[in-house]
Design a protein around this ligand. Sequence first.
Ligand code: FA5
Length: 350
Amino acid sequence: MPLNKETINVVKSNAFQVLERVDDLLSLSNWEKKYLGKKGEVVNITKQVCELNSVERPIIGTLINDLKQELSIAAQKRKQELATRTPSSHSVPPGTFFDLTAPGKRVPLGHLHPITQMRQYAEDIFIRMGFEVHETREVDDDYHNFESLNMPPQHPARDLWDTFWTENGLVCITHTSNMQIRILTSKSIPIRAIIVGRCFRNEALDARHEHTLHQIEGLYVDKNIKLSDLIGTFKKFLDEFYQRDVKIKTQPSHFPFVEPGIEFLLDCSLCQGTGIINKDRCSTCGGNGWIELAGAGMIHPNVLAEAGLDSQKYSGFAWGFGLDRLVMMKYGIEDIRHFNRGDLRFIQQF
Ligand code: FA5
């Protein structure tokens, strides 16, 4: 299309029509780019001036200069109007400008479940204490969940755990101890490992018993390891986890894969160890003021032998604690079932 007065008028009327609809500073900046920018419409037509004859050239050149000036003045005027107009709910306050480089608002898409948060927190503590972190399998075979742990078929201690079995004879793991033999056979001594994961039990549910629970197993093997090392290590972890000098007690217990076996109990944070809340029995600890956190003990010589380790030379300890119960005690959560209910009023507090 040849460059003439008509072409300039078309550019001008288009530019003004678009400018009328410009409603914010960002659109105005785009408008300026489109018409007055380096690759804009005005520059485009200016480039064609050299193709005109000597009579037309000065006339058209002057018209283009006028157009450029008119558009610049109009843009300036619009900018002032936009910057000083009464703010509506959709506009920015007067005098402000969009900072296109500012970081966006964080969209609340969700957050980690409290158990996951505390699992990571606990793992960090153990890593600082020199432990390696391993993940458990959730479905395993009889050998790893029971037999390798000094519980041959028909051993009565298998009944300690109400087990879910799959149709093809596998076990939904009842405890993270299922990984013990794998770690003992694959790692070199000294062994310092934790094993983290979900376990499943077909048992009656109450304020401190769930069918799906989270355990963290601890495994420590070296020369001259004693029961006092087990108690000291676990207490140190708890002090870090709760950020205070915790009150714990131990009592004898029996697990076929340790000898001797013990349990760790913590004073219940819901009733402050009294067993009573508002004259009623504390339902969280069952009224005895202590809540059982873990089973533990010195690794049984039969388990060490199964892993090919000489129990005359090496000794070690193991524990398995319920992470859900630790978190309950940390935050004063009175019922373990809150964790899996999916009630956002609960979850969003963490
Ligand atoms: C065991 O699971 C043993 N494997 C622990 C162990 C490991 C002993 C290594 C010796 C050496 P127990 O069944 O007591 O033990 O469970 C350990 C902990 O898991 C309990 O103290 C408790 O804190 C938690 N726990 C057990 N059952 C449940 C449940 N149904 N709901 C929530 N937490 C549970």
